[in-house]
Design a protein around this ligand. Structure first.
Ligand code: ATP
Ligand code: MG
Length: 560
C-alpha cells in the first residue's frame, strides 16, 4: 500500500492522535481495532471504518486488531465470521495474529462483573423488560428504584453465580449496574450488563447461559487489548460516559473512545436488518449479489480494493452526520477501471452486417491496443471477417442531422479495422431490420489508411463466426429514492424493479473466452465489466461494474 500523502490536512482523529503522541499519553503507541458483530456481511460503511482504523495504525506505525464482538449467539454465525475475515483481507489489511473475540474474554468479563457486585455496584434484577422500562423514567423524570436494587452483595453474588450456572430461564433476570437512576443520560440509569441466553454460541458452545451486553464487553475488551483510540460511530457518543465509568470503577487501563459520523450513501441501505431482509425475501440473489452494498457484492460487481480505499479517503472523517453521493463511489471505481481495464469489443444488442465485397471465408487478424492508458498493457489481435455484428442502436434508417453512426449511404470506421459504407437495409416480412449490407474500403485499414475518406463515427464490432456468446448483467441502483434512510413506511415499495437487466445473448470478441476473473474489461463504448464468479467456459457471464458516463464529476464541475 502506498504511503499516506504527507501534505494533506489532518482529520480530527489524526489531530487527537498527534496530540497524544506529543504528550506521550499512550507512550507513543497507536493501537486501534475494528469490532464487527458477526451477524451479517460487511458493507461499504464498514469499509470506511476498516480503512480508518487500519489506515491510522499504518500511518502512525501502530497496530490494529480485528475483534469480533460475538456477544449475541442468537444472531451470529461462523458464515459471517469467515466472510468478515475474507472481506478485510481483500480490502488489503492484515492483523497478524491479533484476531480476537469478545468471547475470548467471557471468563474475565464474568470476573469483572463479580468485582462490581462485590463493590456494591451491580445487582441482579428480576424485573421484566416492561417493568424495567416503566421504572426507568424519562430524560426529564428520574427513574424509580425497585426492591432488587437494595439487595445485599452476598445475595447478588449468589444469584449471579446461579445465573451463570444456568439455573434461571431466559428473560427472568439480568445483572444491572448500580449507577444513577436520575442521570440525564439514560445509559447511566442502571444499564443491564448481563442477560440470560440459552442459544449455543459458535465458539463457546453451551458453556455460557449468560452473555455480556455490548457496553460492558466492549470497553473491557478494548482495555485488555491495550487499544489506545477506540473509534466508533456517533451513536456511541452517549455511551462514552458508561465506557469510562466501567474502566474507572474497575481500575483498568482506559483507551480513548472517539466518535465519527457513519457513512450514509444515497440510494443505499446499510442496516444489516434490511440487508438481511433483501436476501431472505429474494429481492437479491444473496449477500454477494452485485447490487448489494456489501463488500462481497461490490467485489463480485468488479469494484477493486484500491477504488474502495480511495473512496474512503475522499469521504474523509467528520463529526457530523452527512450523506455522500453514491456517484462519488462510482467515480472512484471508474477512475481505477480507466487505468486497469482492457479495452475489448462486445456487442450487447447485435445486428448483422455483411461486407459484400469482402471474400467469403476470409479472416484477417487486426491488431488493437489493450489499454491506451497503460503502455505496458500491450496489443492483441482480433479477427475480422465478411460477417460482423454491430450494435443495433448504432444504425438508424432515417437519421437526424449530425448523426455520426451508420445509416443508408453513410460511412463509419469499424474500430481498429476498416471504413464501411451501408448500401442496403434487409428487412424481414414484418419490416424489422435483420441485416445491413455494406461495402468496405480495402485501403482504409486502421493505421495504414490511404483512402482519404473522412468519417466522424467509430463503431465497435465483433466477427460473427468468431463471436463468443455471453450473458451480460447490467445493474442499476437497488432503490428508487436517494435518501432510503428517510423512507417512512415499507422500504420494499422503493426497490427498483429494473435494478438488474439480463442480456441473454451478447456477442463478444473471442479473446473474452479466456477472460480472467481478476481482470477488468472495458466493453468499448458500453462500460466496465468483469467475469462473474458463476461464469463457466460453456456459459460466460459478465457483470457490469460501472458505466462509462461520469455524471458525478460533471455535476461537481457545474456546482463548482
Ligand atoms: P448493528 O450493530 O446494527 O448490527 P453495525 O453496522 O453497527 O450494525 P457492527 O458489526 O457493530 O455493525 O459494526 C462494526 C463497526 O463498523 C462499528 O465500529 C461501527 O461503528 C462501524 N460501522 C457500521 N456501520 C458504519 C457506517 N455506515 N459507517 C462507518 N462505520 C460503520
Ligand atoms: Mg454495532
Amino acid at each position: 500500500m502506498s504511503a499516506p500523502e504527507t501534505n494533506t490536512a489532518l482529520n480530527f482523529i489524526e489531530e487527537i492522535i498527534e496530540e497524544d503522541l506529543k504528550t506521550g499519553k499512550y507512550n507513543g503507541r497507536v493501537h486501534t481495532r475494528f469490532p464487527p458483530e458477526p451477524n451479517g456481511y460487511l458493507h461499504i460503511g464498514h469499509a470506511k471504518s476498516i480503512c480508518l482504523n487500519f489506515g491510522l495504525s499504518q500511518k502512525y506505525n501502530g497496530l490494529s486488531n480485528l475483534r469480533y464482538d460475538d456477544t449475541n449467539p442468537a444472531t451470529e454465525d461462523v458464515e459471517y465470521v469467515d466472510s468478515i475475515r475474507d472481506d478485510i483481507h481483500w480490502l488489503g489489511f492484515t492483523w497478524d495474529n491479533r484476531e480476537f473475540y469478545a468471547s475470548d474474554y467471557f471468563e474475565t468479563l464474568y470476573q469483572k462483573a463479580v468485582e462490581l457486585i462485590k463493590m456494591g455496584k451491580a445487582y441482579v434484577d428480576h424485573s421484566t423488560s416492561e417493568e424495567m422500562a416503566a421504572q426507568k423514567g424519562t430524560p426529564t423524570i428520574p427513574g424509580t428504584p425497585n426492591a432488587y436494587r437494595s439487595r445485599t452483595v452476598d445475595e447478588n453474588l449468589d444469584l449471579f453465580e446461579r445465573m451463570r450456572n444456568g439455573e434461571f430461564n431466559e428473560g427472568t433476570c439480568t445483572l444491572r449496574l448500580k449507577i444513577d437512576l436520575a442521570s440525564p443520560n439514560m445509559h447511566m440509569r442502571d444499564p443491564v450488563v448481563y442477560r440470560i441466553k440459552k442459544a449455543p454460541h459458535h465458539r463457546t458452545g453451551t458453556q455460557w447461559p449468560i452473555y455480556p451486553m455490548y457496553d460492558f464487553a466492549h470497553c473491557i475488551s478494548d482495555s485488555i487489548e491495550g487499544i489506545t483510540h477506540s473509534i466508533c460511530t456517533l451513536e456511541f457518543e452517549v455511551h462514552r460516559p458508561l465506557y469510562d465509568w466501567l474502566l474507572i470503577e474497575l481500575g483498568m487501563y482506559r483507551p480513548q473512545q472517539i466518535e465519527f459520523a457513519r457513512l450514509n450513501l444515497t440510494y443505499t441501505i446499510m442496516s444489516k436488518r434490511n440487508l438481511k431482509m433483501l436476501v431472505n425475501e429474494g429481492f437479491v440473489t444473496g449477500w454477494d449479489d452485485p447490487r448489494m452494498p456489501t463488500i462481497s457484492g461490490l467485489r463480485r460487481r468488479g469494484y477493486t480494493p484500491e477504488s474502495i480505499r480511495e473512496f474512503a479517503k475522499r469521504v474523509g472523517v467528520a463529526r457530523r452526520e452527512n450523506m455522500i453521493d453514491v456517484g462519488l463511489l462510482e467515480f472512484c471505481v471508474r477512475e481505477h477501471m480507466n487505468l486497469i481495464a482492457h479495452r475489448v469489443m462486445a456487442v450487447l444488442d447485435p445486428i448483422k452486417v455483411v461486407i459484400t465485397n469482402y471474400p467469403e471465408g476470409q479472416t484477417e487478424e487486426l491488431e488493437t491496443e489493450n489499454n491506451p492508458e497503460n503502455p505496458d498493457a500491450g496489443v492483441r489481435c482480433i479477427p475480422f471477417s465478411r460477417e460482423l455484428y454491430i450494435e443495433r442502436d448504432d444504425f438508424m434508417e432515417n437519421p437526424p442531422k449530425k448523426y455520426f453512426r451508420l445509416f443508408p449511404g453513410g460511412e463509419v470506421r469499424l474500430k481498429s479495422a476498416y471504413i464501411i459504407r451501408c448500401d442496403e437495409v434487409v428487412k424481414d416480412p414484418d419490416g424489422n431490420i435483420v441485416q445491413l449490407n455494406c461495402t468496405y474500403y480495402p485501403n482504409s485499414k486502421s493505421g495504414e489508411d490511404t483512402s482519404g475518406i473522412k468519417v466522424k463515427g467509430t463503431l465497435h464490432w465483433v466477427s460473427v463466426p468468431h463471436a463468443m456468446n455471453a450473458e451480460v448483467r447490467l445493474y442499476d441502483r437497488l432503490f428508487t429514492v436517494p435518501d432510503v434512510g428517510d423512507i417512512e413506511g415499507d422500504i420494499r415499495d422503493y426497490i427498483n424493479p429494473d435494478s438488474l437487466v439480463t442480456i441473454a445473448n451478447a456477442k463478444l470478441e473471442p479473446s473474452l473466452g479466456n477472460a480472467a476473473p481478476e481482470l477488468r474489461y472495458q466493453f468499448i463504448r458500453k462500460g466496465y465489466f468483469c467475469l462473474d464468479k458463476d461464469s463457466a467456459p460453456e456459459k460466460l457471464i459478465f457483470n457490469e461494474t460501472v458505466g462509462l458516463k461520469d455524471s458525478w464529476a460533471k455535476q461537481q464541475v457545474k456546482e463548482g
